[in-house]
Design a protein around this ligand. Structure first.
Ligand code: PLP
Length: 396
């Protein structure tokens, strides 16, 4: 396998996936980003400022925790990469901090973002407050109602939340509205995307910003086990940013088994699912060619998962490529399995995980690992936001 093709996309393509399928009116905005993002984010001064913010503001490095009781129960060595301990409680802050610095270097004054569950909206509102930048977040009206606490958080942080009444009133519609805003304000506005999705260069930009997770994991593994490479890494996948981040530095190390877990929802065959790879159709979503959940006519269908952060009808093009190349294995975990895994971690380790991360944990019930292995699970976020769901569904 040509490893550089996995990491540095030519014109934004990973194999056949990726690209920039956008209306002509957006060309100037994306061209500016395409031409300048790498030079800016690889600059020594930029990296120094970002590292300092990641350390003192976001709380990095996040611990690599050896989960002793979980390890005993599953009879293998299990480690949790504690992204749940970052400021705002999930890995999304890594990306938001990187992009806000990029926006400032590009001379932008105003930030726009889309949000579904509100997690990315909160991360964006947070970094905008930190940098004194104006922030507008588009959110479907249905999500505004469903995710009330995150709407309140964004407002408290000084962001304007614009409810979008269109289509299904969810994430897809919020993205369209954000793109419309970007077209109307090409000069001063920066579009801060929350996962490894969207037109080139966003998938590569966000992957690089999240790769800090595997950068830390390498030295932390070495410190704990004497070698940089675990045997297996498991991560949940919505758009794919926490997975891309924890896989990144291991992509060209074939001995490391990489496993991605999608949200099966009520079951991959029920029509109420977010398991994009399991359904397996390619299409165009949010400006890139990738696997997409769609009907026979190519219409994108509404995804479903109990976990709002995995409730996305596509997957980043890098992940589609890594699936196609058989570098990453994909599994689907259903709502009830994730809920059980969340309760289990709470009782067994005293950690309440986000329901997204619980999908990755639930894989331990489906796949068993030899006793001498080192298995790392990306604990992408904390579960405070999901308490009500976890409690209301507590029928066991
Ligand atoms: C948003 C979110 C996810 C899903 O997004 P990815 O881009 O796939 O990582 C996973 N976990 C948590 C805690 C999230 O907030």
């Amino acid at each position: 396998m040509n490893t550089t093709s996995l990491k540095v996309p030519q014109e934004g393509y990973y194999g056949e996936f990726g690209g920039a399928y956008i209306p002509e009116m957006l060309y100037p905005n994306t061209r500016e980003l395409q031409e300048r993002y790498l030079t800016i984010i690889e600059n020594a001064g930029f990296r120094k400022e970002l590292s300092s913010l990641l350390k003192d503001y976001a709380g990095r490095p996040t611990p690599l925790y050896h989960a002793a009781r979980l390890s005993e129960y599953y009879n293998t060595n299990i480690y949790l990469k504690r992204e749940d301990l970052t400021h705002t409680g999930a890995h999304k802050i890594n990306n938001a901090l990187g992009q806000i610095l990029l926006a400032r270097k590009l001379g932008k004054k105003r930030i726009i973002a889309e949000t579904g569950a509100g997690q990315h909206g909160v991360a964006t509102a947070t970094v905008c407050a930190r940098m004194g930048m104006q922030c507008t977040v588009y959110m479907g009206t249905l999500d505004v109602v469903r995710q009330r606490p995150n709407v309140e958080r964004m407002k408290l942080l000084g962001a304007e939340v614009v409810p979008v009444e269109q289509g299904n009133n969810t994430l897809k519609d919020a993205v369209n509205e954000a793109l419309r805003d970007w077209i109307s304000h090409p000069g001063e506005t920066y579009y801060l995307i929350g996962s490894v999705v969207g037109p080139h260069p966003y998938p590569d930009l966000v992957t690089r910003l999240q790769s800090v997770i595997s950068e830390e994991l390498m030295w932390q593994m070495k410190e704990k086990t004497g070698r940089e490479e675990p045997d297996t890494i498991i991560a949940c996948v919505g758009g794919g940013s926490n997975a891309a981040g924890i896989f990144y530095h291991y992509l060209d190390k074939p001995a490391v088994r990489l496993i991605a877990v999608e949200a099966g929802g009520k079951g991959v065959d029920t029509g109420e699912t977010a398991a994009t790879i399991a359904l397996g159709l390619t299409g165009i979503l949010h400006g890139s060619k990738t696997y997409v959940i769609q009907d026979e006519d190519g219409q994108i269908t509404e995804p479903y998962s109990v976990s709002a952060g995995l409730d996305y009808p596509g997957i980043g093009p890098l992940l589609s490529h890594l699936y196609r190349e058989q570098r990453v294995e994909f599994y689907a975990v259903n709502d009830d399995e994730a809920l059980r895994a969340a309760r289990f971690l709470a009782r067994f380790e005293g950690i309440i995980p986000a329901l997204e991360s619980a999908h990755a944990l639930a894989l331990l019930e489906k796949v068993s690992f030899p006793p001498n292995q080192h298995v790392v699970i990306n604990l992408s976020g904390r579960g405070d936001k999901d308490l009500e769901t976890i409690l209301n569904r507590n029928n066991e």
